[in-house]
Ligand binder design. Structure first.
Ligand SMILES: [Zn+2]
Length: 554
């Protein structure tokens, strides 16, 4: 369990820090100068210099700060680059992302030879003892069924088991066949088939139920695997400029983050969600939003109220396009009374609530449940609600976000990945889809994230999606419902101070004395340029708690 420490709501003692800075001949750990610091702090939106000491910002202004520079001060010259608060991804599945990176992906391989080249490169980075797992090969694409001998040529003596693109067959190396005890004497199981040569020997592919022959021989993913995978993926997040995440996964991932936290290995701050299956015991276990320390805290409980756009299971107020005849409106996954009961349980445990809601009916049902529960169950008034995705919001419901203090936790990159599907399935309603501008104008707090690994984790790609509303190929021309575009500052705000607000943290998300020194350097400065410039913008430095966790400054 995440240990109890300073609660997220506790105010920072800013006065003390400033007093220290005023009275003592202090030497800063780091001074950043020579560019523009976009603080997102209302009292001082732009600054020329920033100083860090003890993991916190001690000065952020236009004064020279030379008196803070001593022999052990790291001075960073920005050369005209920009500093922004560190990005906080408000909706990510980091364990899944990390585990997927450990598996080989054969989808990009057009031929068997390309597939073998990918496997050769991948297997060289793996230990000889580990099982090599992956997916994506396709006999139709490759023009033949691959063999164990071919796989051996790429992975040496390693045990390898690779799922086909459709998941209906498994390609094994000779060592994997041996490990599973599959040989010419093995019978085809009911509903399954072992591919064999003329002499009856298995050639390396198992179809359908024959894949089950491997069960019990391939190690299950354990806590150590998740921890190791997450550790290995942290540099990727640091290089993308992430200084914090709201990780919406179960306790297996939170245990992994706890292990990394106690080993001092975290390079980003984690606000960790609680799954619905843990809700009943949450109070007893002390799973309370904000409990934890500087690096790892308990986040909200995550509930699901509908499906998704792509599978046409998002719950709509009116039928899907072309479904007037049967009136199909998607799939609500929680009844209103279940939603209300879960909210009361969450309130009892002092957990904030994050509900996945994509269709306009789902969004309305969640707002209704929250409004009703707050009115009838006083502990709920203390709890924050975040609606995850909020992809289609009926105009009547837009003002309710601000009125009820509900955070809209949205993923700009979903809009540019899915706009064709939204047009096809939602028709004219799509003008109210991914309506960041409408929500912002109505006073809602936006918190941005990516839903990685569903989408790539890079904040800069999301900022481009939010400000241009075109996909990476520039479609649709002029932007999809461009009236919903945000300015770069508004989008950065949602990705920093908005996400911090969604975790009720006042010490992060902006840059001013007393705040945690979490920031990134962007090059070139994208603020004075058109949105397209974001495609060339790079993260050159990521600092978390005053510590450099990624550095690529020339
Ligand atoms: Zn998600």
């Amino acid at each position: 369990m995440i240990s109890r420490g300073r609660s997220a709501e506790e105010p920072v003692t800013r006065g003390t820090i400033i007093a220290e800075y005023d009275c003592c001949a202090m030497q800063a750990d780091m001074v950043v100068r020579g560019g523009v610091i976009y603080t997102l702090d209302a009292t001082k939106p732009r600054a020329r210099r920033l100083a860090v000491s003890g993991g916190q910002i001690v000065a952020c202004d236009d004064a020279s700060l030379d008196e803070l520079i001593g022999p052990r001060t790291r001075v960073i010259d920005l050369a005209g680059k920009a500093v922004v608060p560190g990005f906080i991804d408000a909706h990510i599945h980091f364990g899944s992302l990390a585990l997927a990176r450990r598996r080989v992906d054969l989808d990009p391989a057009a031929t068997l030879q390309q597939g073998l080249a990918i496997l050769r490169a991948f297997s060289q980075q793996q230990s000889a003892e580990a099982w090599l797992r992956g997916r994506g090969w396709d006999r139709n694409r490759w023009g033949k069924l691959p063999t164990a001998a071919e796989l051996d040529s790429a992975v040496g003596g390693r045990r390898a088991a690779l799922s086909s693109h459709d998941g209906h067959s498994l390609w094994l190396s000779s060592a994997a066949l041996r490990a599973a005890g599959i040989d010419r004497d093995t019978r085809d199981p009911p509903g399954g088939l072992i591919e064999r040569d003329e002499a009856g020997a298995p050639t390396g592919v198992l179809f359908e139920n024959a894949q089950e022959l491997l069960r019990g021989h391939v190690p299950q993913v354990g806590d150590d695997d998740v921890r190791d995978a997450i550790r290995a993926a942290l540099p990727l997040a640091a290089s993308a400029g992430l200084t914090g995440i709201h990780n919406l996964e179960d306790s297996r991932s939170s245990r992994a983050f706890e292990a990394l936290e106690s080993a001092g290995e975290l390079t980003l701050r984690v606000h960790h969600g609680v799954s619905r299956s843990e809700l009943r015991d949450a109070r007893e276990k002390g799973l309370r939003t904000g409990a934890g320390g500087e690096w790892l805290r308990v986040g909200p409980v995550k509930l699901f109220s509908d499906g998704a756009l792509g599978s046409r299971t998002a719950h709509l107020l009116e039928p899907y396009e072309g479904r007037q005849a049967d009136g199909y409106r998607g799939v609500p996954t929680l009844k209103p009374e279940e939603l209300e009961a879960d909210m009361r349980l969450a309130a009892d445990a002092e957990l904030d609530v994050a509900v996945h809601a994509i269709g306009d009916a789902a969004v309305r049902a969640v707002l209704d449940a929250y409004e009703k529960t707050r009115a009838t169950y006083p502990p709920m008034a203390e709890r924050m609600l975040r609606i995850e995705h909020a992809q289609l919001v009926h105009p009547d419901d837009v003002p309710r976000f601000a009125r009820l203090g509900v955070v809209a936790s949205m993923q700009p990159i979903h809009a540019t990945a899915d706009w064709r599907a939204a047009d096809a399935h939602w028709g004219r309603r799509a003008r109210h889809a991914y309506a960041w501008r409408d929500l912002l104008v109505a006073g809602a707090t936006l918190a941005f994230g990516t839903d990685a690994p569903v989408e790539q984790l890079a904040p800069l790609a999301s900022l481009y999606a939010a400000t241009a509303r075109v996909d990476p190929t520039g479609e649709p021309k002029g932007g999809w419902y461009p009236e919903q575009r945000l300015t770069l500052e508004e989008a950065v705000r949602a990705y920093t101070i908005g996400s911090a607000a969604a975790e009720r943290t006042s010490t992060r998300g902006s840059l001013c004395p007393g705040k945690d020194a979490d920031f990134v350097v962007l090059a070139p400065d994208p603020f004075s340029r058109p949105p397209e410039a974001l495609r060339e913008t790079r993260v050159e430095l990521t600092v978390v708690g005053g510590r450099i966790v990624f550095e690529a400054m020339p």
